[in-house]
Design a protein around this ligand. Structure first.
Ligand code: HEM
Length: 209
């Protein structure tokens, strides 16, 4: 059985969007049913941070999966997954600004200076912003393909800063197990790209000889 007809179906994107909205639906349900534990604000902040990171993993997994499984159709889903990462990143930032800082901009500015993991998180958000804003077809036309591709290389810097943000946040608790798991996954996803780049350069050189 092949997955291709399903991947090509016009409903596939809607199904994916619905699936990606499930964590949000669960969080909303949990808020109204008192199911977030003793510290709901912290649970919301953490969960939205975790989902931002998970969608970042998924968006970076699209190209390796597409190439390894020879399924070019997977590219159709990359934009939606990237936007989901941005959406959960916005919720995460909102949770922090609202629950931690009472939406007080002066306090947020002070916290940015005081806690390195906060400015690393903010840096991640700032890196995600131009990617999300230029994700539409109109933006691609406006920027031109080459410049758009260059800008979107920012996505490769994101895992590094997101991991540092996560690492620094967990340093206070001396709990790094999940940080290493994500570091390994990002290492594989980015390592695969480096390996392909080196291989294609080598082949190019051989062809010129
Ligand atoms: C957009 C990219 C970001 C990613 C991928 C990200 C990811 C994460 C992750 C994975 C955690 C740990 C969750 C856990 O312990 O299970 C976390 C925690 C946290 N992040 Fe972010 N973050 C991002 C942006 C931000 C921004 C912009 C801020 C605020 C300026 C921020 C503030 C925080 C705070 C305060 C926590 C600790 C939550 C708590 O313990 O209550 N993050 N983040």
């Amino acid at each position: 059985m092949t997955l291709r007809p399903l991947l090509l179906s016009p409903n596939a994107k809607w199904i994916l969007n619905l699936v990606m909205a499930l964590p949000l639906a669960w969080l909303v349900w949990a808020v109204f049913n008192d199911a977030l534990g003793a510290n709901p604000a912290e649970a919301l902040s953490r969960s939205t941070g975790d989902w931002t990171l998970r969608f970042l993993v998924l968006v970076l997994a699209v190209t390796p999966l597409r190439l390894i499984t020879r399924t070019p159709e997977l590219i159709r889903f990359r934009r939606s997954i990237g936007l989901a990462a941005f959406f959960y990143g916005c919720l995460h930032l909102l949770c922090y600004a609202w629950f931690d800082q009472n939406l007080d901009m002066a306090d947020i500015a002070k916290d940015l200076v005081k806690r390195p993991f906060i400015w690393l998180g903010m840096l991640c958000f700032v890196l995600m912003l131009p990617l999300a804003l230029t994700s539409s077809n109109a933006a691609i036309r406006w920027l031109g393909g080459k410049r758009w591709l260059q800008l979107h290389k920012l996505v490769y810097a994101l895992p590094l800063f997101a991991l540092l943000h996560f690492y620094w946040m967990r340093a206070g608790k001396n709990n790094f197990a999940e940080v290493w798991v994500y570091a390994f996954i990002f290492g594989v996803l980015l390592g695969y790209r480096v390996w392909r780049l080196i291989r294609s350069r080598r082949l190019e050189k051989q062809n010129h000889l």
